[in-house]
Design a protein around this ligand. Structure first.
Ligand code: LLP
Length: 445
């Protein structure tokens, strides 16, 4: 399918390879790029662009695969979907209906989880700086578990819980000081990172938790980073330290009921070899299996990333002094990952002919007024013209949730596809919204 390209561009996967690796997508000779049984061009016509589109089938399939891997390893494990990846209520509903609980990091995510139908008994609350409002809400909802990250937080929680007449079930998040070898901005398990307590301090802090009123220490938690593709060694090292800590706590007579293994499982955006969920399950089994404890995981990206894409239309194609620029109507305010992490996202044209046309290099950019608003450089694309449609792939996680209204661009709508149906699951933000909550001080009017 791919035409010969200069060597510098030839390393990128071809359109055929991108499609083959994404079972929710296919190329129909007449309708062009399809998600499940819906032509994406139909969605663009119905809701306009830019627009996020999610595949319910892909969410279900991935959740089932993860569940199968955990069960296959003989683990007693629960899955708590990390809502920060994508907190759209329909997305969370699909995962909750498939048996996933939620991992939340704010009062807002907790409300969204509940609104989507996740029972409080399946919610874990993570985060390095939970506010009093966050903690009060967690206690009022009587959620499954709060992952505490500092002595300061535990002491504050004890006071709040006691005042509310509640007992907080608390897991202590420890920082194992392992290098997950991921992007510096999303690694979390190094001693220099802000997360968790030093593993050496954990026994004393856990003992203190057992003494504090309103606190029930129930286990330990870890999360070493995100988009981990460098094999399982960092996971194994971290979980081995967790197992050792559990043994130390038990020897000291401190009860440990469960271990939260965090999220982080990476996905192939380009052609990375990402460890399958069986590898994660195997690493958990090998390191923590002997303890006879239930375990939890908090995946976000692995479940939602490949299930979504960002639909966009070409505004114009301009030929710069040295490069061809394809300017889209989507920008870094919509999908921030390329600007923020130099992330590579696959880009496919929607038109059937474009999927098989000869390709030459282009820079795919957004209309925002900074050079960082670049989705791809030197990407092999067919001839494109104003009005053509493209899909930015693997945008289901950390896509819409990281959007902003920079350059006064309203938030894009979200659409869910399920078999041959699709529905708008969040409206495009009306442009009037951008002004609606602003106030002119009276001395300026
Ligand atoms: N649990 C905790 C405590 C976390 O902090 C995170 C992600 C997760 C679970 C889920 O991690 P996942 O399975 O999705 O890797 N915006 C970045 C990713 C930030 C991840 C933050 N924490 C990106 O677009 O790559």
């Amino acid at each position: 399918m791919a035409s010969p390209l200069p060597a510098a561009f030839g390393d990128d996967p071809s359109f055929a390879e991108l499609l083959a690796a994404r079972p929710g997508l296919s190329a129909d000779p007449l309708a062009g790029l399809m998600m499940e049984e819906v032509a994406l061009a139909r969605i663009a016509a119905a809701v306009g662009t830019p627009a996020w589109v999610y595949s319910a089938g892909t969410l279900r399939r991935r959740l089932a695969a993860l569940r199968g891997a955990l069960d296959g390893a003989g683990l007693n494990a629960t899955i708590h979907y990390a809502m920060k990846a994508n907190d759209n209520l329909a997305v969370v509903r699909v995962l909750a209906a498939g048996g996933a609980g939620a991992d939340v990091v704010s009062e807002g995510e907790l409300l969204a989880a509940r609104a989507a139908g996740v029972p409080a008994s399946a919610i874990v609350f993570s985060g390095v700086g939970k506010t009093e409002a966050d903690l009060r809400r967690a206690l009022a909802e009587d959620i499954f578990q709060i992952n505490a990250e500092s002595v300061e937080e535990i002491e504050a929680l004890s006071i709040i819980a006691t005042a509310m007449g509640r007992t907080a079930r608390v897991a202590l998040r420890v920082n194992p000081d392992v290098d997950a070898k991921t992007h510096a901005k999303i690694t979390t398990g190094l001693a220099e990172n802000k997360f968790g307590v030093a593993i050496g301090d954990a026994p004393a802090i856990y003992a203190r938790m057992a003494e504090l009123p309103g606190i029930e220490p129930i286990g330990i938690a870890m999360h070493i980073g995100s988009q981990i593709t460098a094999g399982m060694s960092a996971y194994r090292a971290a979980y081995a330290k967790a197992a050792e800590l559990v043994r130390t706590l038990r020897t000291a007579g401190l009860p440990v009921q469960r271990v939260d293994c965090g999220g982080g499982l990476g996905i192939p955006y380009r052609d990375e070899i990402a460890p399958p969920p069986e590898a994660l399950a195997g690493a958990i089994k090998a390191t923590l299996g002997d303890l006879g404890l239930p375990v939890m995981i908090e995946p976000g990206r692995w479940l939602a990333g490949p299930a979504g894409l960002l639909l966009s239309r070409v505004v114009l194609v301009k030929h710069g002094a040295t490069r061809r620029f394809v300017v889209l109507d989507a920008a870094m305010n919509d999908l921030a990952r390329p600007a923020m992490y130099d992330a590579w996202h696959g880009i496919l044209p929607l038109a059937p002919a474009a999927l098989v046309a000869p390709r030459t290099p282009a820079d795919i950019v957004g209309p925002v007024c900074e050079t960082g608003d670049t989705f791809a450089r030197d990407r092999a694309l067919p001839a494109m013209k104003a009005g053509d449609l493209v899909a930015l792939l693997d945008a289901g996680a950390y896509g819409a949730t990281m959007s902003s209204t920079y350059n006064a661009r309203p938030l894009a709508p979200e659409v869910m596809v399920d078999g041959d149906r699709f529905a708008v699951v969040r409206d495009r933000q009306p442009i009037e919204d951008l002004l609606a909550r602003q106030h002119m001080p009276d001395w300026l009017t």
